[in-house]
Design a protein. Sequence first.
Length: 310
Amino acid sequence: MSKGITREILEDWLKNVRPYARDGKVADYIPALAKQNPDDLAVAICDLDGDSVSAGNEVCCFTLQSISKVLSLALALMDHGEEYVFERVGMEPSGDPFHSIYRLETHNPSRPLNPMINAGALAVTNMIHGITPDEKVGRLLSFIHEMTDDRSITYNTEVASSEYESAHLNRSLCYYMKQHGVIKGSVEETLDAYTKQCAIEVNIRQLARIGAIFANEGKDLDSGRRILPMHLARICKTFMVTCGMYDASGEFAIKVGIPAKSGVSGAVVGTVNGYGGIAVYGPALDGKGNSVVGLKLLELLSNRYDLSIF
Ligand code: DON
């Protein structure tokens, strides 16, 4: 493992950041997520050869939530190309909370500012090829199976239906976008696919491997086979820098300097070209929906091992 990082070193880092969990709160607006234990922490680093080191709860699975937005964007770009996708979803950071509806009304044309906020991600899921929601999610799962080399990965049905039933805000974003022609077809089916996509479960090593494939410019770590075109991997990483932490992306770029994406389950994935992928998990979130422990751990690791891309 590059930079000599061992399991013992990662266990030590986890011990140092553990107290920060008290400063955050587990997401409960998706009722099933409220069951997560804020003290359940994990970290993994995967290098470009596919070798990984991890610490904390390595067996426990967590849902991808907004991290899935990077993968659905990659799939939609492979399905349709950049022109089609970016006619419907913009490329600019919003500076607003991830679930905000505000810019849809004030921005002209009425399209979401970027694919990382909920509005943009819902529009992206709507675009993915597939006649039924399950076909869309099945294609996303196949993409994830290819990246992780694990065909058993699926979505957590309890978390998916818990979100589907309580997604009033996301529903309103969809209806707003349907009115303006950004979303086509059934809103309920788009929400069904989106909530299943967000509920896809991985473990910490699998998430670090996904980060490493982006760092490897879209190529598989073992075979070198291309999973995703290089220029699309770059687009995804750029969105991770500019929008990956929502309205905390600027501060994160300064303090950590790693392209990264967070999810309200408390997971964060980072990707460093020429180095690998880093995944952290800690369900207690700050007010902007990012893992408190995760951000602290990434900041410490980045500073100690000089991982900033800037
Ligand atoms: O749509 C939602 O609200 C969730 N399924 C995902 C939001 C999320 O993960 C925001 N990230 N920090």
